[in-house]
Design a protein around this ligand. Structure first.
Ligand code: ZN
Ligand code: ZN
Length: 375
């Protein structure tokens, strides 16, 4: 067992440094996870860029990023073993938030809202002992108030770790807008979360599911069809509102905006939503404000516009069940696993900065073979 734990530390925007930390001593109440994979998403890119709005329980830096960890319990105290029902060698998925365990929010398993000293893995000050508070590392500390669930060890780590975007899809496309079989669902954006919204809408039995993407997303749009979308629209070839109205027969009860850095998508969503429609906004806009939002349409159509940041714990657990069920080809969504030392490359890849690669889902997998990215 190594005494030093390699990790990547975000010391300031756009600066990830390789560092090593002492392996923490584990007591009766906590544990240590050996990271198998850490999923990355748009939030990782915004965190890296320094483009995230200030949030009271987020430390911008220095932190070990990585809020979507999956791993093997390497060491665990007797009390924690009992509380979580897991032991050394078990594979577990982790929720990003950990809490004080004593307040009302923690009782609801919503440690993000913890009133006392909760926090979020990947966004906790690295100077706070025992330092290993993020998934861009070979090991991560398990706070006594972590929310964890066992995951079938037979699933490829890069695929199993997709429980995080899928939980988001279940929440944003179904849970929050209360989607049912009578609803038409339009998902703006065909990234990992957009595709997971398609799966979620299908699981809910939605009447029609339509997804949109850019011309360079052709493969993602084809995959969306395979995952159950009735139509997949390239918004660079058709006027998005018209094309979506044609595909849905007049509009949608539910519109989910997962597009990053595209504030005008709110205008599209308002135009697509039918009377009493529900718009869920999930794609961060990099602090860019929306322009010319037709407010009167929101009133006349009595629309609900709701922003979403995380998801309830039930959806995390359900996502794991759905991945384990094998009902959807999640392996087709997992594009690439990169080693820890290439965390920065992974972020640039996900952001679409690497020519010729337009990945759906990426994971950082300690020990994965180095990926050559050409010139
Ligand atoms: Zn994420
Ligand atoms: Zn709490």
């Amino acid at each position: 067992m190594a005494a030093r734990v390699p990790a990547m530390v975000l010391t300031k925007p756009k600066t990830l440094e390789a560092r090593e930390f002492a392996r923490p001593a584990i007591g009766a109440d906590d544990g240590l996870l050996r990271i198998e994979a850490c999923g990355i998403c748009g939030s990782d890119y915004e965190q890296y860029e320094g483009a995230q709005p200030q949030h009271e329980d987020y430390t911008p830096y220095p932190v070990i990023p990585g809020h979507e960890p999956l791993g093997i319990i390497e060491e665990i105290g007797a009390d924690a073993r009992q509380r979580w029902g897991v032991r050394e060698g078990d594979r577990v998925a982790m929720r990003s938030g950990y809490g004080c365990g004593r307040c009302e929010a923690c009782a609801r398993w919503e440690p993000r809202l913890c009133a006392r000293r909760g926090g979020t893995y990947g966004y906790t000050d690295v100077n706070k002992p025992p330092h290993l508070w993020g998934g861009y590392a070979e090991h991560m500390y398990l706070s006594p108030y972590s929310v964890i669930k066992k995951v079938d060890p037979r699933i490829l780590a890069g695929v199993a770790v997709m429980f995080n975007p899928l939980a988001a899809g279940l929440s944003w496309a179904v849970g929050v807008p209360r989607t049912g079989p009578a609803d038409r669902v339009v998902v703006l954006g065909a990234g990992q979360r957009g595709l997971c919204c398609v799966i979620a809408a299908r699981e809910a039995g939605a009447r029609t599911v339509v997804v949109t993407g850019l011309a360079r997303d052709a493969e993602k749009l084809a995959l969306a069809r395979e995952l159950g979308a009735d139509a997949a629209i390239d918004v660079e070839r058709a006027e998005v509102v018209e094309a979506v109205r044609a595909a849905t027969g007049g509009g949608a009860e539910v519109v989910v905006d997962t597009t990053p850095y595209a504030p005008q998508s709110l205008n599209h969503a308002v135009a697509i939503a039918v009377r009493r429609g529900r718009i869920v906004i999930a794609g961060l806009k990099g602090l860019r404000p929306a322009q010319d939002v037709p407010v009167d349409d929101i009133i006349y159509k009595e629309l609900t516009v709701r922003g979403v940041l995380s998801m309830p714990v039930d959806e995390t657990f359900r996502a794991i069940d759905i991945i384990e069920s094998g009902r959807y080809p999640f392996e087709k969504m997992h594009t690439l696993s990169l080693p820890l030392a290439q965390a920065e490359d992974a972020i640039h890849l996900l952001a679409g900065h690497v020519k010729g690669v337009n990945p759906v889902h990426l994971a950082i997998v300690p020990g994965a073979p180095r990926v050559s990215l050409g010139s």
